[in-house]
Structures are given as structure tokens and as C-alpha cells.
Design a protein around this ligand. Structure first.
Ligand SMILES: Nc1ncnc2c1ncn2[C@@H]1O[C@H](COP(=O)(O)OP(=O)(O)O)[C@@H](O)[C@H]1O
Ligand SMILES: [Mg+2]
Length: 336
């Protein structure tokens, strides 16, 4: 009997299209396991669509679409941003009692929200950039934001619950601070402002395989000077950004510190199966965690699969093991 996998992708957030690219790659990898039968459903306009036909879950772990019934053994929620990395789809699957791979709902939500990530990192003693949470666009927080700017003179303003650099601005003029914050509020109910960290951008794949947490060697995102890692730099054809899984000139100590911090974040934030943990390496500010992605991109240019493979593992084997593990854990009642 085959293992039926429902591959969920899309979502109605800013990262819908990227999620579809990742899902094609993940589908290809899942199909390498002979035992797997994969059905792909795209979340769009609050519907689950299988080749544009709407489907729904009945109450027996069955996904029904176009007069077909698909008994779901495991879900792979390949969604970046809403509603996958926000933890919503995981909560939904927990209510339906369906096994899924990846981080649970609470860890997903903590990590997707840049403010709750920072509060957790602080409490775990993990260095991150100096910041202020801006929960409301009112006069009180305007003053706090301007004082913060006066201290650092060069800041980032970011929508707290967004990915792919949507609602993220580099601000070097005092007059632009508040306008950028108002703009960021159009993407998220909270905003975070951070000191600009002059840095090299490094990231690791943190993943569990056969019950062992592995942290890859850091890879590097090399962004052209005077730019930051914007949506276009991430995904556009003519992006000047390059990536490497063998960054030059890192000391063993730097690599060790990065891996150690990643391990502490993975364990402390109770992540599961996979994540990509992003770092800033800065002469002035040391090694900081920038953010944690609970379902990292898996497009042909994405770093997570590259770093995992460079670390000696195979993406298809990793996914297969995660699926079997999720099913087994679920049988023991340990999905949550
Ligand atoms: N505090 C900061 N200092 C310097 N660069 C930053 C800072 N915060 C963000 N950036 C730049 O903006 C990019 C996007 O920010 P990030 O927090 O990773 O948001 P997203 O979740 O959208 O990827 C980063 O990859 C980095 O290039
Ligand atoms: Mg990022």
C-alpha cells in the first residue's frame, strides 16, 4: 500500500508564487520515493484547489475533490508565509488530526513574527540586532522610533509578520522614519525597527534526520554593495546577488559559533524537522541571528536544499524520513 501525501502550497500571502516553485521541487523529490503517492493542492482565495478544482477535508482524514477521495497519510505544508509559516495550517491539521512534517503551529508563529522571534532569542540569550517593537502607529511610538533613529542614524524598518523582504525598508534619513513605519504597517499589524548591522549574510540548514539534529556549514548570500536582500534580489532573473555553500575566509571559531547558536535556537524555539536560520556576521556587532524560516524556500536557487546536500544528506531521503517519522509520531499521539 502506498503512502498518500498531500502537498499543500500557495497560500494567499506575498509568497504564493515562490511557494509554487518550491512545491514543484519538493514534489519531484517526494516522487523519488517509490512508496509515495503525491497529490498537490494549491491554497488560493481561501480554497484548496487541485488543478483548479476545489477540494475539502471530510472528517476522516480524507481529502475530497472532483468526486475523488484521497486518504491522507501525511501533509507536506510547503507554504512560505501565510498560512504555512504563520502556524495556521498546522493548527488546522492538528484539529483534523492529520500528521504533517515540519514545525508545529506555535513554533511557526513565533518564528514568523519578527517581534516574537526577538523576544525568544533575547530570553534564550541568543544575540540579535538592537531593536524596538512598534505595536501601534501612534505619537508615543513615533517618539520612541525617532529616539531609536537618533541613536543609530541608520536603521531597518520591517513589517513584523512578513517574509521575502515585503514591507522591509532601509532608512537613513530621519524624515523617512515615520513614513516607512506607516508603510510597513500596511503589511502587518506590528512593526519592528532595528539598527542597521553592517554584515556578511550567512545562513545554515538546521534539520532532523533519524532523530539527530544536524546543522549544516554556513552558506553565504553575497549581495551587491549598497543593496540589501530585497524581493528582487532574492528572486528576479537579473538579481546581482550570488550564493555559495563554501564562503571564503570564515574562521573555524565563527563557523562553530554560528552552528552552536543555530542549535540553541532550534532547540529553544522547539522547531521540528527543518528550518533555515539566517545570520549576520559583523565586525562591529559580532554574530547575530537575523531570522528563522520554518519552511525555507526550495526553489532551484534556494539555499536550504543546497546546504543540506553539501552537508552530506539527500533532500529526497530527508523528506522521506520526515514523512515516515511524522506518521509514526502521530500514531504515538505526538503530533502536537
Ligand atoms: N538589521 C539589519 N541590518 C542590516 N540589514 C538588514 C537588517 N534587517 C534586515 N536586513 C536586510 O534585509 C533583508 C530582509 O530582512 P529579513 O529580516 O531577513 O526579512 P524577510 O523575512 O523578509 O527575509 C535581509 O536579508 C538583510 O539583507
Ligand atoms: Mg530574510
Amino acid at each position: 500500500m502506498s503512502t498518500n501525501i498531500l502537498l499543500l502550497c500557495g497560500g494567499d500571502g506575498a509568497e504564493h508564487d515562490i511557494s509554487l516553485l518550491s512545491a514543484s521541487f519538493i514534489e519531484e523529490q517526494l516522487n523519488k520515493t517509490e512508496d509515495f503517492y503525491v497529490l498537490k493542492a494549491v491554497i488560493h482565495n481561501n480554497q484548496f484547489l487541485v488543478e483548479d478544482k476545489p477540494g475539502y477535508f471530510d472528517n476522516n482524514k480524507t481529502f475530497v475533490f472532483d468526486n475523488h477521495k484521497f486518504d491522507v497519510d501525511c501533509v507536506v505544508p510547503c507554504i512560505h508565509g501565510v498560512p504555512g509559516e504563520t502556524g495556521d495550517i498546522q493548527s488546522f491539521l492538528e484539529i483534523l488530526n492529520i500528521p504533517y512534517i515540519g514545525c508545529r503551529s506555535q513554533a511557526s508563529r513565533y518564528c514568523f513574527d519578527k517581534n516574537t522571534t526577538k523576544l525568544h532569542l533575547d530570553s534564550l540569550g541568543i544575540p540579535n540586532s538592537p531593536y524596538k517593537i512598534i505595536p501601534l502607529p501612534n505619537e508615543q511610538y513615533k517618539q520612541i522610533a525617532l529616539e531609536f533613529f537618533d541613536k543609530y542614524k541608520d536603521i531597518y524598518v520591517k513589517a513584523a509578520s512578513q517574509g521575502s523582504s515585503v514591507g522591509c525598508y532601509h532608512v537613513t534619513k530621519r524624515d523617512d522614519v515615520w513614513d516607512s513605519i506607516i508603510e510597513a504597517f500596511s503589511y502587518s499589524t506590528e512593526v519592528v525597527i532595528e539598527k542597521n548591522i553592517v554584515h556578511r549574510e550567512l545562513e545554515v540548514a538546521a534539520y532532523e534526520i533519524d532523530g539527530e539534529l544536524k546543522i549544516s556549514k554556513p552558506g553565504e548570500i553575497i549581495i551587491p554593495e549598497n543593496k540589501f536582500y530585497t524581493y528582487d534580489e532574492k528572486y528576479s532573473q537579473d538579481s546581482g546577488t550570488t550564493t555559495t555553500v563554501e564562503p571564503e575566509g570564515l574562521t573555524d571559531e565563527e563557523i562553530h559559533t554560528i552552528q552552536n547558536l543555530a542549535r540553541r535556537a532550534f532547540v529553544g524555539l522547539k522547531l521540528r524537522d527543518l528550518s533555515r536560520i539566517d545570520f549576520f556576521l559583523s565586525k562591529e556587532d559580532g554574530i547575530l541571528i537575523n531570522e528563522i524560516n520554518t519552511f525555507p524556500g526550495a526553489t532551484p536557487i534556494s539555499m536550504f536544499p543546497k546546504m543540506l546536500e553539501h552537508n552530506g544528506d539527500k533532500m529526497d531521503v530527508f523528506l522521506a524520513k520526515a514523512v515516515y517519522h511524522a506518521i509514526k509520531e502521530h500514531e504515538k499521539g505526538e503530533n502536537k
